[in-house]
Design a protein around this ligand. Structure first.
Ligand SMILES: [Zn+2]
Length: 428
């Protein structure tokens, strides 16, 4: 069955920093998005495509908004939803004082389902339709998350945290237990409907080398799995990793030795990468989740987007709830822009929206599946509203072109400016 949407449409075909700007995106001032059985059939100018439709075809017209692919969040912790905005600490103390106690409750699947329901509603309200998500150490947390994501027909990736040391007993597994529990979840959920599994060592300090090796074993057994973890977020954390793994060349090397680097590996933060680490991420096609709101909130530092680009590393944006302070990718772009300003670098509006959509899809090895409107892509898309708040409405009156519109959307926009979210072509 055909579903047809009309309005102003924007999507990306490539990285605006890599190719000519005009080649990197398609923009239709009066466009048509035609969807067949939940998948994009075609996108283009309404004047041309209307002729191809039968006269009785229903068309949903979004006037005065911008249709674009749903946002992609490449790093977020759903169990931390209820401890967002916890005061006063940097990474390691913040984990101990706030995060671990909050994660304890996820041994109870009913609690997990309750939080997952709220979390996913928040994501969808903010226009995020796909995310790479941390559970807790409890398999129940992932059961809960996938159960709710499946009900909502979402493309989501999640995994059980592996953590066998330097954490409270109530959040600890063992290398064997982590392996077995992950494997059972993979067998049940990986590639079930739109769900995929990610091997999820929290970060090097909370896993023994033995546990990381077992994580590598799982990736070898199931080559299309994801791997998500944290890397080079905070100075104290990096010094601690050097102490814990004296035989490693650098932080990234700890993961590398356990065969955890691949095109489906996503490393959150990477705020303090050595050149050799950046080079290795590029060589292995690994991706970085750039989490500006979290990096500022925890005082971790200013991510060097230029360095990542120089090494051809795929980068996506991450909200990193609950160290991040917003579910909104528009607000996340706002913070990303400011971090680059503080570095003396510019983040263009095109690069921003690329990172939030196709850049995220590439980072998750999902290009062609989500992130833009190429034929056959899953039709998850949103409609941004230029007039949802009086301030943006007023500012838009002085706006001359698409570049300005996008920039204003990302500087003044948030959940309020997401007028509609669609999953597989259906408005939710
Ligand atoms: Zn995180």
């Amino acid at each position: 069955m055909l579903k047809v949407y009309r309005g102003e449409i924007l999507h990306f075909l490539d990285d605006p920093d890599k190719v000519d700007l005009e080649q990197s995106y398609e923009y239709f001032e009066d466009g048509l998005l035609i969807i067949k059985d939940g998948l994009v059939q075609t996108v283009g100018n309404a004047s041309e495509l209307l002729e191809t439709l039968t006269t009785d075809q229903a068309i949903t017209h979004y006037k005065d908004g911008l249709i674009m692919p749903g946002f992609i969040d490449t790093h977020v912790h759903y169990p931390q939803t209820e401890m967002i905005a916890s005061y006063g600490e940097q990474l390691l103390e913040w984990l101990e004082n706030y995060t671990f106690p909050a994660e304890r409750h996820f041994s109870d699947q009913a609690h997990g389902e309750d939080v997952a329901e709220f979390f996913l509603s928040q994501l969808l309200d903010a226009g995020t339709t796909t995310a790479l998500v941390f559970g807790t150490v409890h398999p129940e947390s992932v059961e809960a998350f996938f159960t709710i994501a499946q009900q909502k027909k979402l493309r989501m990736i999640c995994g059980k945290v592996l953590m066998d040391r330097n954490c409270p007993d109530y959040l600890s597994d063992t290398p064997e237990q982590g392996y077995t529990e992950s494997k059972a979840l993979i067998e049940k959920w990986h590639k079930t409907d739109r769900l995929q599994y990610a091997i999820t060592p929290r970060f090097a300090p909370t896993s023994s080398q033995q546990q990381l090796m077992r994580a590598g074993d799982l990736l070898a057994e199931y080559p299309d799995l994801y791997m998500q973890t944290h890397l080079c977020e905070n100075d104290k954390e990096i010094a601690w990793v050097e102490q814990l793994f004296p035989e490693s060349k650098n932080y990234l090397d700890v993961y590398d030795q356990s065969q955890l680097l691949s095109r489906r590996s996503v490393f959150a933060h990477c705020v303090h990468l050595k050149e050799s680490e950046a080079a290795r991420l590029g060589e292995t096609n690994s991706a970085i989740a750039f989490c500006p709101s979290s990096n500022l909130f925890l005082g971790s530092g200013l991510f060097d987007l230029k360095q990542a680009k120089n090494h051809q590393i795929n980068v996506g944006l991450g909200s990193d709830i609950g160290a991040g302070t917003t579910f909104s990718m528009l607000s996340t772009i706002n913070e990303a822009y400011k971090t680059q300003q503080l570095r003396g670098d510019k983040l263009s509006p095109y690069q921003s929206f690329y990172l939030a959509t196709l850049g995220g899809a590439k980072s998750l090895d999902l290009e062609g599946c989500v992130g833009n409107f190429v034929p056959g892509a899953e039709a998850d898309f949103i409609v941004l509203d230029y007039h949802a708040t009086p301030l943006m409405d007023r500012r838009m009156k002085h706006c001359k072109n698409l570049t300005e519109k996008l920039f204003i959307l990302s500087m003044l926009g948030d959940e309020r400016h997401v007028k509609a979210t669609h999953i597989m072509g259906e408005r939710i």
